[in-house]
Design a protein around this ligand. Structure first.
Ligand code: BGC
Length: 765
């Protein structure tokens, strides 16, 4: 919020644009109830309708409600399929054509409702994770790590609101999004699905994305959100997807859980379970995770869905139980309400075997009827919240009206995410430059700017989503007299070195668009953060030619290490989606001064993993005694992001500066005067950091306490006030294996802003 009361202190202008109220909480109610604190369990109150349905349903109907199958499993005779299995949920689009999808689902609904003795419709789920990314023509937004780089959670909400409208218009009711997994290890192929390595930043984003999806329409939630993957999924010990995680309770509670809690506090209807194991127990079998923590501590009252074939995984991957039947018993008992058993490809785990096992387990008394009723209640209550008992159908007309909209929003998000990593003054280029060479593997490649989960699990197939590539964007922005030369190279091949060398020598400026191809899940696991050799060679060539050159990276993680030594300027563009190339062009040619900040640490290599900003001291910095090859300084620290102008800070204040421990939930004001002391207008993100200096247990080196964003003209100055709740710094007190309740520890907290080394002290007593 802009504080107008500080004009007497030489404020020279007003902020042109504000993106959010500067607050340190997850939204008032969640902050006050303490999204990090231990909450009592709330009593679930099913409606009369749900209670009556559960009372009347047969065992087969109930088992049906607890089943989710892929729509492509429904064979040629849908009526017979629905009569037999009574699935409570379908998933996966039957087609990428929006209108056809709406019509297909409407037809399937007719068959399903006719076959269901109580006319209960299915709920249709889909992975719409950065826009409705399964549909032809849909606008693709940046993946979450790019949204995190804007530090502006309103973007998460607005993109989800648009997605929500497209979901319902095309017959789908539920998205398996947002990912609440905290970023820890960039080797992991799902890094880009998370918002940040900081629990505060990730929590705010998750909460708003949930609110966006679950916007109210006609008195009901227009779509259901899923916070996933509960929990501890993002820290596989050796970086590979769905491999064991070993996480101390303190880290788990303080770092991994907050984004889940924030999503739950924001109203998320469903939670999806982590496919991995945590400390030796598969999450799908863990009563501690799914009951004690999820229900009792975080107060989740919604529906718990499994991940893909995870009862089978308990047998074949985790070697935890001998057969799938036992896995079903453990999983349902632990708290899974609906099993995602989407494909028949695995003989021991089909919709048929699952339903048979579950029936046998209930009939033998190994699973109680109470547990079944509880699960079915959760499923039906979810459907009720979406208004499916009133109207589950889509109006196909709306599909064509909505899908493909919100491009301006996609542009804004992509632009605000652009993070200037390095600049010796090379950028911005002059739009009137004589000749610009646009090169690299991703200069004109739609798939590479979209990433995985875009019209295909592993990325774009034959049909391309709407996209402005960097080449398109640059052509659209440079002067009429500028010549744009395109010399593409491969992700892994560089067989046109001579042509690139010549084109670079003839050019006045070079933009090299580098990075990764699309991937998802385990297909994206890597064991080096270096760029592929071919791209390093390309950069070496450009460096040796010497024409001013800048690198732009499309990547799902901090990718590139020593390559920055040879790039005078570099921009991290994340996986920016449909409008990515326009955003890149605007930043590279100076229409926009970049304002993104890294929501994660950029490690110098795999050798220094896990290097995150919120580790315990000492900082992983080189001491000067270590040889340069083993320096532990990250390539770029958390929160890093340069600008074309300069922002200076003055007069940092913390009010009050002393707080009784019992009032840690109350807001403090952290304020600072920010001046644009450069010569261009620009946006600027101001993170507020905290670090407890000493205390009973060590404090993470830095934690984000709050954030604000300003937009200032040259010479303009404003006082920024961030209202922050200290509660989010609560940790698990006690000795090494303590499981004590979260508490804000008394002590002196150093409060700082941005890169400024000035600190003020907040004392908690
Ligand atoms: C992924 C989930 C996803 C599900 C359905 C699983 O493989 O782990 O994140 O929602 O598939 O596509």
């Amino acid at each position: 919020m802009v504080d107008n009361t500080f004009q007497d202190e030489g404020r020279t202008g007003t902020s042109r644009r504000r993106f959010m109220e500067a607050t340190g909480g997850i939204g008032l109610s969640a902050a006050l109830s303490g999204y990090l604190s231990d909450e009592p369990r709330r009593e679930k109150r099913p409606s009369e309708r749900v209670r009556a349905l559960v009372g009347e349903m047969s065992l087969q109907e109930k088992i049906g409600q607890m089943t989710q199958v892929a729509a492509y499993e429904v064979d040629d005779d849908p009526k017979a399929f629905f009569e037999r299995y009574q699935p409570g949920s379908l998933m996966y689009a039957t087609t990428a054509d929006p209108l056809q999808l709406a019509e297909d689902i409407n037809e399937l609904l007719d068959a399903a409702i006719e076959a269901q003795p109580h006319d209960v419709p299915f709920v249709f789920g889909i992975d719409a994770v950065h826009g409705n990314n399964n549909l032809d023509g849909a606008t693709i937004f940046p993946h979450n790590h790019g949204v995190g780089a804007t530090w502006n959670e309103e973007y998460a909400r607005r993109m989800a609101e648009h997605t929500s409208k497209t979901l319902r218009a095309t017959g789908t009711h539920w998205t398996f999004s947002p990912v609440a997994d905290i970023q820890r290890d960039p080797r992991w192929g799902r890094f880009y699905e998370g918002f940040s390595e900081d629990p505060y930043l990730a929590s705010r984003m998750v909460a708003e994305k949930v609110r966006g999806y679950e916007r109210t329409e006609n008195g009901y939630k227009s779509a259901g959100a899923t916070v996933k993957h509960f929990a501890g999924y993002s820290e596989p010990r050796h970086g590979d997807d769905r491999t064991p995680a070993l996480i101390p309770y303190r880290t788990f509670r303080h770092t991994h859980l907050p984004p889940f809690h924030a999503g739950i506090s924001a109203g998320a209807e469903t939670v999806m379970v982590n496919s991995g194991s945590v400390n030796g127990v598969p999450a799908h079998a863990s009563e501690e995770l799914l009951q004690t923590i999820l229900r009792d501590t975080l107060g989740f009252e919604g529906m718990v869905v499994s991940d893909w074939h995870d009862f089978y995984r308990m047998v074949e991957v985790h070697e935890y139980v001998a057969d799938v039947k036992d896995a079903v018993r453990l999983g349902i008992d632990a708290g899974i309400d609906m099993y995602m058993v989407p494909a028949a490809g695995i003989e021991s785990d089909t919709v048929d075997t699952y339903q048979r096992h579950l029936r046998n387990l209930v009939e033998s008394g190994e699973i109680s009827m109470d547990r079944i009723d509880d699960a079915v209640t959760n499923v039906l209550a979810f459907k009720e919240a979406l208004g499916l008992f009133e109207n589950p159908y889509a109006d196909p007309q709306r599909a064509s009206e909505i899908v493909g909209g919100a491009r301006e929003l996609a542009y804004e998000i992509a632009t605000d995410s652009m993070t200037l990593l390095k600049n010796d003054g090379t950028l911005p280029f002059d739009p009137k430059v004589g000749t610009v060479l646009v090169t690299g593997p991703s200069a004109d490649d739609v798939a590479n700017m979209m990433g995985g989960w875009t019209l295909g699990w592993q990325g774009v197939g034959e049909t391309l989503p709407p996209a402005v590539t960097p080449l398109d964007g640059i052509k659209g922005i440079v002067s009429d007299s500028t010549e744009v030369v395109h010399e593409p190279t491969g992700l892994y091949t560089f067989d046109n070195e001579a042509a690139v060398r010549k084109a670079a020598s003839d050019a006045d400026a070079v933009v090299a668009v580098l990075g990764e191809g699309p991937y998802a899940e385990e297909h994206g696991d890597i064991d080096t953060l270096g760029l592929p050799d071919a791209q390093r060679e390309l950069v070496r060539t450009l460096d040796s030619v010497g024409t001013p050159h800048a690198g732009v990276l499309f990547a799902g993680r901090p990718r590139g290490t020593r390559v920055f030594d040879r790039l005078p300027a570099a921009v991290m563009a994340y996986l920016p989606g449909t409008m990515g190339g326009a955003a890149v062009a605007d930043v590279v040619f100076g229409n926009v001064s970049p304002s993104g900040r890294l929501p994660f640490t950029w490690p110098a290599g795999t050798g220094q993993l896990l290097n995150v900003h919120n580790l315990y001291p000492p900082e992983l910095f080189g001491t000067g005694e270590t040889p340069p090859t083993s320096t532990q300084e990250p390539t770029f620290p958390f929160g890093h992001g340069l600008s074309y102008t300069e922002f200076t800070y003055a007069d940092l204040r913390v009010e009050p500066s002393t707080l009784p421990e019992a009032s840690a939930n109350e807001r403090i004001n952290v304020s600072v005067r920010v001046t644009n002391s450069g010569d261009r207008s620009g946006d600027h993100v101001i993170p507020v950091y905290a670090h407890r200096r000493h205390g009973a247990i060590a404090s993470p080196m830095t934690e984000v306490l709050g954030v604000d964003r300003v937009s200032l003209d040259p010479g303009e100055s404003t006082r920024v006030i961030v209202k922050a709740s200290v509660n989010q710094l609560a940790t698990v007190p006690g000795d090494v294996f303590s499981k004590s309740k979260l508490r804000v520890l008394p002590g002196d907290y150093a409060i700082s802003v941005g890169e400024w080394d000035e600190e003020q002290t907040l004392t908690v007593r």
